[in-house]
Design a protein around this ligand. Structure first.
Ligand SMILES: *Cc1c(COP(=O)(O)O)cnc(C)c1O
Length: 231
């Protein structure tokens, strides 16, 4: 009982502490991956409604289990054959990392008469294992006439993950690059579109730097829900 009680206090307290630090215009996405619906419910009861997951199956299950006014964010690598399981309800897909998956999202969104908001994930880290478009791929896609026909997706910005390193200068450099890229794309492809405005960057270890470098959405898990079991 007292254990549960302190957990409730922790999650609500952690959320409040982070929210108090965020400048106006920066949105907090609570990354609840690997955490059970009961814990997410505690954050919901504390007034938080934006949650992010990295697996389609978990999104679908938790969407079922939790109140329908929760905004669900997909932040993990997305296989095309699984888009159909989230197309009816997903609020924002942060992790569109290749053209093929954008086409699939368009197709599945059309079946639900939806326009699904998407961020284009850019590869900014040194690690080869991280996903994302290169700058060249982005310009090629946005320039193509085929892309113009994807009327059931709406690109609202960019997402990036910095290198996992203690070198804060490097992290800052990567975030600054992403902000510069967003500004260039805005000018070239989205100049007349106020909807292209989001920059999803910053996690538990680097969100303060991300905010200084222009983030509009921070994706924070550990600092809210505690450490995850390594999988
Ligand atoms: C897990 C995850 C996060 C949150 O990471 P923390 O370090 O726990 O804050 C953010 N973004 C993505 C894409 C993730 O997979």
């Amino acid at each position: 009982m007292s254990g549960t009680q302190s957990l409730i206090m922790d999650i609500a307290g952690n959320l409040e502490k982070i929210r108090n630090e965020l400048p106006e215009g920066v949105k907090l996405i609570a990354i609840s991956k690997t955490k059970p619906a009961e814990l997410i419910r505690l954050a919901y009861d504390a007034g938080h409604t934006s949650f992010g997951e990295n697996k389609v199956q978990d999104l679908a299950g938790k969407h079922e289990a939790l109140p329908k006014d929760v905004e669900w964010h997909m932040v993990g690598h997305l296989q095309t054959n699984k888009v159909k399981y989230i197309a009816s309800f997903i609020h924002l897909i942060h992790s569109v990392d290749r053209y093929k998956v954008l086409k699939t999202i368009h197709k599945e969104a059309a079946k639900h008469q939806r326009v699904i908001p998407c961020l284009l994930q850019v590869h900014i880290a040194e690690e080869e294992t991280k996903f994302g478009f290169s700058e060249k791929e982005l310009f090629e896609m946005l320039d193509s006439t085929e892309y113009q026909k994807l009327t059931h997706v709406k690109i609202t910005g960019l997402m990036g993950m910095a290198t996992f390193t203690g070198n804060m200068d490097q992290i800052r450099k990567e975030f600054r690059y992403l902000k510069g890229l967003k500004d260039r794309l805005k000018q070239q492809f989205f100049a007349a579109d106020p909807g292209f405005r989001e920059l999803s960057m910053g996690m538990t270890g680097d969100y303060k730097i991300a905010i200084e470098e222009g983030s509009t959405m921070v994706r924070i898990g550990t600092l809210i829900f505690g450490e995850r079991n390594r999988t």
